[in-house]
Ligand binder design. Structure first.
Ligand SMILES: [Zn+2]
Length: 301
């Protein structure tokens, strides 16, 4: 059994929203077992929106949540960091509607969570273990999840653009592999789309400081962090979107040409398809081996 975890202390930072361009203060706070990840708007008297599939609302180049009239935008990178670092419960307080984009990746959120520290709680974590395949196809876009003893993601992307045709990657997700190989991968977009997005009131906070911009002859930024940074970022996005099911997944997620709309529709479908999964208290059944040393140290801290 693994214990649920939360943050050891509150930590805060400031930034701007990628789409709104608005300044925002972000505070990550400890929370009780079984309370999950909850977003709180300090500018709206502390009204809360839980990070749950049932509150998805407003998908437009980012994943938004909505409860009554309270909106939270661009939640995916922060949620990916929480689920990948094993933080089950936290309050995310924001002073405006959009989570700050930081550098366009999840690395700054990993840093914040590690600085806050992680604390075990007294209740067991429950994993959503896939027993039977579940899939959704929309035209040439497809996403599926298959039984596996681990959480793995395979993602492939294909664009009709000379600088970015096809990339594919499979990764077994652990805290370490997420931090090193996925979290630093940044948001990306095509220069030809930027003007259209701005006319729609999107990407107002976007710059080369927080997004890779792909022009006709190359990326406008100086350098990529990985040769295949684009597909790694898609893996980051799908981890964050699938975190809305509310439990870490044990299964192999396979996506082709997905986006936030497909990811979140799929998260809802997975939750609905209750015959195809079960909740378990340990990632692998039966549990024969003792916890790895690093895990055991964290558990008693
Ligand atoms: Zn993203």
């Amino acid at each position: 059994m693994h214990l649920q975890r939360t943050l050891r202390r509150t930590i805060a930072c400031a930034g701007i929203g990628l789409h709104s361009g608005k300044k925002v203060t972000l505070s990550l706070k400890p929370a009780a077992a079984d309370s999950g990840i909850r977003f709180r708007r300090s500018d709206l008297g502390g009204q809360e929106v839980p990070a749950a599939v049932s509150h998805v609302g407003g998908i437009n180049h980012a994943t938004g949540l909505m409860r009554d009239t309270v909106r939270i935008d661009t939640v995916e990178h922060l949620l990916a960091a929480f689920v990948s670092l094993g933080v089950d419960n936290a309050v995310v307080e924001l002073s405006s509607p959009e989570v700050p984009i930081m550098d366009g990746s999840a690395a700054p959120f990993v840093y914040l969570i590690q600085e806050a520290g992680i604390k075990p709680l007294s209740s067991a974590r429950r994993y959503l273990k896939i027993l039977r395949p579940i899939s959704v196809t929309r035209g040439d876009k497809r996403i599926a999840v298959y039984p596996s003893d681990h959480f793995k993601v395979t993602y492939s992307i294909a664009f009709d653009h000379p600088m970015l045709r096809h990339q594919s990657r499979t990764i077994r997700l652990t805290e370490e592999s997420f931090v090193e190989e996925i979290a630093p991968a940044r948001t990306f977009g095509f220069l030809e789309d930027v003007e259209m997005m701005r006319q729609q009131g999107l990407a107002l906070g976007g710059s080369l400081e927080n997004a890779i911009v792909i022009g006709d002859t190359g990326v406008l930024n100086n350098a990529l962090r990985f040769d295949d940074e684009f597909v790694r970022h898609k893996i980051l996005d799908v981890i964050g979107d699938m975190a809305l099911v509310g439990h870490p997944i044990i299964g192999h997620l396979v996506a082709h040409r997905g986006g936030h709309a497909l990811h979140t529709q799929f998260a809802a479908q997975v939750l609905d398809d209750q015959d195809s999964w079960t909740l378990v208290e340990a990632p692998a059944q039966p549990v024969a081996a003792p916890l790895p040393a690093a895990e055991a140290v964290r558990a008693v801290n």
